[in-house]
Design a protein around this ligand. Structure first.
Ligand SMILES: N[C@@H](CCC(=O)N[C@@H](CS)C(=O)NCC(=O)O)C(=O)O
Length: 391
């Protein structure tokens, strides 16, 4: 019997406690850190829609199991209003607009309202997937990281490139000649898109490269109830990580933001860690690099040849000549302990082990590189032998 009812109306179990409840106030099930949940909750607060918030705790196994057992698609937000159950944030917002606010926040005409609905669908599906699941979550939240570190890196890099594409779109299309995303009026689409986007701030991402987006975001952050709804978010947003700040800055080719570095430094200090930034003139003074730089600069002023051959035709012979030079130099380094490990110059052997740590330990053991071969100097470990030059 129960299974028949389940099939005809899968959400039925959500009503199980209906008879024990004294009021019919809409219930909204949320996780406060979740962007779609925040967008729904903020809309309810802004438009004084009576409601009861029910926090779902996915970190508590038992509680999560109980919630997931009652909700077929196992995700928040979920709105329960009497007999009506709505899931997926855009659907919830549209339901609330229709039944409680006479479409406030959606514009006045059908054209505007459909535009806002379309933007909500995009923000919820595409934008949230990119900002959240492909970038901010695998960067800042352990639960969403892929178990394989390298795969996680690839996911985040891909997420960043997708995010850049969306930001370009906001900057150059939507916000180019209008004040808000859906036009010259603020709409629920602004709050939704901004709520999703601020998750990128968890990683210390600097949006200065997108001045219109930055200006618009500052405006949207001033809407009523923004602070209350984003309290949990603020907590995470201080979870800076230097690698992420660097990665994002490099990716967007933005000058490294001193502000972000200072924040990251402050954050680390609070955690009892001292981070010191040093300017490191990376390739300066290394003979081979200096020569390469000089030759490249010389090449810039050389006449352009009209030889009907593509540069790729030269690649192989040049590589082969360079390699033979290196090989003959390396052949002379018979005293170098690394020589027996890799006598012939070739692609670095990445090893067969999946666990990179294991590979490092084995390689260190093979070349005799251990704590016994380094000495401690004022608390820092330095190599006892002078650095070896390897190809
Ligand atoms: N597209 C969905 C997204 C919902 C979603 O991704 N919810 C996440 C929280 S952000 C969730 O409930 N995850 C379940 C879990 O973490 O187990 C919506 O807008 O409602």
């Amino acid at each position: 019997m129960a299974s028949t009812r389940r099939q005809s109306c899968p959400q039925w179990t959500l009503f199980a406690d209906k008879n024990t409840r004294s009021d019919d106030t809409p219930r909204v099930y949320i996780v406060r850190l979740s962007a779609p949940c925040r967008a729904v909750w903020m809309y309810m607060l802004q438009h004084s829609i009576p409601h009861t918030v029910i926090d779902v705790d996915f970190t508590d196994g038992e509680h999560a199991k109980e919630f997931k057992g009652r909700v077929p698609h196992e995700e928040v937000p979920v709105l329960v209003d009497g007999e009506v159950v709505v899931f997926q944030s855009p659907a919830i917002l549209c339901y609330l607009a229709k039944h409680y606010t006479n479409h406030l926040g959606f514009g006045l005409t059908t054209k505007d309202q459909m535009n806002v609905e379309s933007l909500l669908s995009w923000a919820n599906a595409d934008f949230h997937r990119v900002v959240g699941y492909s970038y901010a979550y695998p960067t800042a939240l352990d639960k969403y990281r892929l178990p394989d570190e390298e795969a996680n890196e690839i996911l985040v890099e891909h997420g960043l490139s997708q995010l850049a594409r969306h930001l370009e779109r906001l900057e150059k299309n939507y916000l180019k000649s209008q004040k808000f995303i859906a036009g010259d009026f603020p709409s629920v689409a602004d709050s939704f898109v901004a709520t999703v986007l601020v998750q990128a701030e968890w990683t210390g991402l600097d949006l200065k490269m997108y001045p219109r987006v930055t200006k618009w975001l500052t405006k949207v952050k001033k809407v009523p109830y923004w602070s209350q709804v984003h309290m949990e978010h603020d907590h995470v947003s201080h979870n800076y990580n230097l690698t992420n700040v660097l990665r994002a800055s490099l990716f967007f080719e933005a000058p490294l933001s001193i502000v972000n570095f200072k924040d990251a430094q402050q954050f680390s200090k609070k955690k009892g860690k001292l981070v010191v930034f040093l300017w490191c003139p990376s390739y300066v003074g290394i003979l081979g690099d200096e020569v390469a730089d000089r030759l490249t600069k010389q090449a810039l002023v050389m006449p352009v040849t009209d030889l009907p051959l593509s540069h790729s035709d030269f690649k192989y012979p040049i590589c082969s000549i360079v390699k033979s030079f290196w090989q003959s130099e390396w052949d002379d380094e018979t005293e170098n302990k690394l020589h027996s490990v890799q006598p012939v110059i070739s692609e670095r052997n990445k090893g067969i082990r999946k666990d990179r740590r294991e590979e490092i330990v084995l390689t260190s053991a093979r070349i005799g590189h251990s704590h016994l071969t380094v000495i401690s100097c004022e608390g820092r470990w330095i190599h006892s032998a002078s650095p070896v030059r390897t190809p």
